[in-house]
Design a protein around this ligand. Structure first.
Ligand code: IP8
Length: 271
């Protein structure tokens, strides 16, 4: 079927919504502000959020991303706990949206994505598109990922975005927005990386030549800035522009959703 309407994929980073230094702690003011901006923008959105202090510390403790390992005590229980912790975080966000009378549908990624060898399988795109048709915002999140080979790993929000870019049928993705705790990608201006400048605009064919500064802020089992760049390159292959914005700057989520000018990183597509 031909794509008729467009949708924005918005990822709210886990580091933005939670306090990564304190396990299981939500930055309530940040979540409330993000929710208000999403509601005010009133656009068609699929919302994806990261794990932050609900996902990463547990995933790390039980070495979930490295798969099944008999030597790790209680690893399977830890897998279940990691998933449940994400549900608790997700429920908080969902409640904020519903309290503001905004129709949302929480979709459990570990129930609709599965790994088979190196591939991640996903065939529930109709659920998301039907929700969008009904003016319901689907909400997904980084989760555990079961593997048909008898193991498991972590499914990051960024990987979910990639699968959606590959799979949406009746919706065009007009852009992917990553709301983070920094203004975007930074270019190292000198060799030791002590000086860096915000990259405000760049074409997708220039992504391989960037001398990115790694501001290395986190314990992130799904990989920091390098893995973000890898995902961005893959998204651009689908001819979808990407915007990296600071979700802590007042009004930026709203402005991004409304295509208003902001100080951020814009990755544009070459014709
Ligand atoms: O924060 C990771 O998702 P991400 C999810 O999008 C877990 O990388 C469970 C650690």
């Amino acid at each position: 079927m031909k794509a008729e309407s467009s949708v924005i994929l918005l990822k709210l980073g886990g580091g933005l919504l939670t306090d990564k230094n304190n396990p299981l702690s939500i930055r309530e003011d940040v979540v409330k502000s993000a929710v208000k901006q999403i509601i005010d923008a009133n656009e068609k959105i699929i919302l994806i959020h990261g794990g932050g202090s609900f996902g990463h510390p547990l995933a790390k403790k039980y070495s979930i991303s490295n798969g099944f390992n008999k030597a790790i005590p209680n690893q399977i229980l830890g897998l279940a706990e990691t998933h449940h912790s994400m549900i608790k975080f997700n429920s908080y966000l969902i409640e904020q949206l519903l309290e503001n009378n905004y129709p949302v549908l929480s979709i459990q990624p570990s129930s609709i994505f599965i790994r088979e060898s190196k591939k991640i399988l996903f065939d529930s795109v109709d659920v998301l598109e039907t929700a969008l048709n009904l003016k319901i915002m689907p909400v997904l999140y980084g989760d555990i990922l079961l593997d048909k080979g008898g193991s498991f790993s972590i499914l990051s929000g960024d990987e979910i975005i990639l699968k959606l870019c590959e799979s949406l049928k009746t919706y065009n993705i007009s852009k992917v927005v990553f709301a983070m705790e920094s203004d975007g990608l930074f270019i190292a201006a000198d060799l030791d990386g002590s000086n860096c400048n915000l990259l405000t605009e760049c074409y997708s064919n220039e992504l391989n030549d960037l001398n990115l500064a790694d501001l290395g802020q986190k314990i992130d089992v799904t990989g920091g800035i390098k893995s973000k760049l890898t995902h961005i390159k893959k998204i651009c292959k689908y001819k979808i522009p990407v915007q990296l914005i600071n979700g802590l700057t007042e009004g930026y989520i709203y402005k991004s959703l409304k295509n208003q000018k902001i100080n951020c990183t814009n990755i544009l597509i070459n014709d």
